[in-house]
Design a protein around this ligand. Sequence first.
Ligand code: ADP
Ligand code: ADP
Ligand code: MG
Length: 630
Amino acid sequence: MSIKNILIANRGEIAVRIIETCRQLNIKTIAVYADADQHAKHVTMADEAVHLGSTELADSYLNIDKIIAAAKKSGADAVHPGYGFLSERANFAEALSQAGLIFIGAPASALRLMGSKSAAKQTMLQAGVPCVPGYQDDDQSEATLQDAADKVGYPILIKAVAGGGGKGMKIVHNKEQFINQLNSAKREAMNAFGDDHVILEKYITQPKHIEVQVFADSKGNVVHLFERDCSTQRRYQKVIEEAPAAGLSDATRTDILNAAIQATQAIDYVGAGTIEFIMDGDDSFYFMEMNTRLQVEHRVSELITGVDLVAWQIKVAQGEKVPLKQTQIHAKGHAIQVRLYAEDPQNNYLPSTGLLELVKLKKEINTLVDSGVRTSDSVTIHYDPMIAKLVVWAKDRNLCIKTMQRILNESAIFGVKTNVAFLSKLLATKSFKRHQIFTNTLDNGDLDLSHNLIPEVVAICAHHLLSKESESGVWGNNNGWRIQGVQALQLQFLYQGENVMHEITKEGSSYLVDGQYHYTPQASDLCHQHRHHIQVIHNDQRYELTLPDHEAQTFKSNADAIYAPMPGKIIEVKVKQGDQVKTGQTLAVMEAMKMELELKVERDATIKSVAYQVADQVKADEMLIELESE
Ligand code: ADP
Ligand code: ADP
Ligand code: MG
């Protein structure tokens, strides 16, 4: 049958992206939304929208009954689940089919099998697909797990059987740490997935994440659309993805692509899927998991092959064959995607919530901007803090990197902390250019991404503020800078969490910084300002500074006390009044946005008081533990 109306059981950028293809195919779209999303972009774009319920996920995007009722009411004949949410739930696929609706996704049997990391690995081992050595059996007793870990050898990785999105994973470096990390992994897994079963895997020390986009139809045809390298990760989550994988030998590429086809055939798969492999320093690769859905990074494969994967999903869901044969699918050029997150790379990538005062994302030929938000929307704690995906295609990798840097520099986001400057700096590193980024590079702190504030940037900033002063004359003395005479000013701001102060003297069109450096701002220097926030682009590098005042209210250092970085629940308090603690020690653990956050102290100190206990709910910025003053 041919699909004419699709209900999209998702939100944000992926809902928007699916609507775009449906429009091209002349398919009617029905959006669904929770209270918080009443005016969201995906709701305004769809032909029709159905309200599901409150902002609670169980009352909205995860509520199968409400979604089916919405589909029935709006006359949908198919449901696209996007990624995340219900996309990999076998019972959702089954409930839809019982209701006479087409699920635009994988068969329930494949969702069930691949949804369990242990069952998936057992299946792949049987099919002869290489897997990471480890333990994936049912016996979950502490003794058995400890024993298995000792046999595999350290370092070892503990993963939640039901895991996804990098949650519930813990690395263990030695035997002594094992039980502690096991408990933490189990707690996180129970919290996020309602299932605390784990598997153990040998930890690959120079890991590259290489995955293959596969596509299958119900007639037994299976093709691949080449591989993607997603090794640039933080906390086991992808930040930059590209296709094809750079530095892969032709022989290894052929082997990986074949292994992916073999894995897909082993489970009678239908639809779009991704086989994820981990590759070691010696080019040996192992199956990690299969994602039985559209992947966040599917765009890079689309850009090198010219295929619209959502259009293919719809065709295959209505019973058609995979549109192209393997020999008709070719890869051309290079594509890179960056995920723009509302988060603070300076502070452990902590999500940053708030009003998006300005979102200006550069779009041009050979680039894609997938975003579910616009200026004036908010990033909330309810959903994923991804603001957008920027995707660039170019004829080769170097040009692709250059274009992406430019696109990032010409984009501006104000209102929340973002990883834009971080991404731009990352793309500029030798390690990235030489494709020497491994999945643990960022977490190990192996890359120096700190960014010295060079005097040129201070001069550009002063130039901008002075021109603004002469334009409006309304800028006061207490916004972080003060005009001392006609030609001199003192500039004070926060840069990468530090207070910075500079004296600047104007001499003609040139600026003298701290009596030492001369600089004349150039036409290629950009300066965007929004309220107290300033973004300077100089020599293709991006610098973000904040004039004080504003930041003073939100910027809390952990030097005098430990504050809650976001709303959440206390799950562990490791100290009591009078304890002596050392720099970097974890004092408490919070659970927020389904993640465990370790709250660390920034200096050696004595605990003055502890304000909360385990299971307490806390608000953002509340003081949790007070330290004796220095
Ligand atoms: P990948 O698809 O590349 O493996 P992820 O595992 O990070 O990357 O993507 C899936 C995750 O995205 C989900 O597990 C969920 O946490 C998150 N997610 C779910 N729905 C949305 C959404 N609408 N917008 C953004 N992120 C979402
Ligand atoms: P998820 O379902 O959360 O995506 P994965 O099994 O795909 O979990 O692993 C997520 C990431 O964790 C990988 O992309 C990789 O960076 C890292 N990882 C997973 N397994 C290993 C391993 N055995 N050794 C080293 N790193 C690993
Ligand atoms: Mg994965």
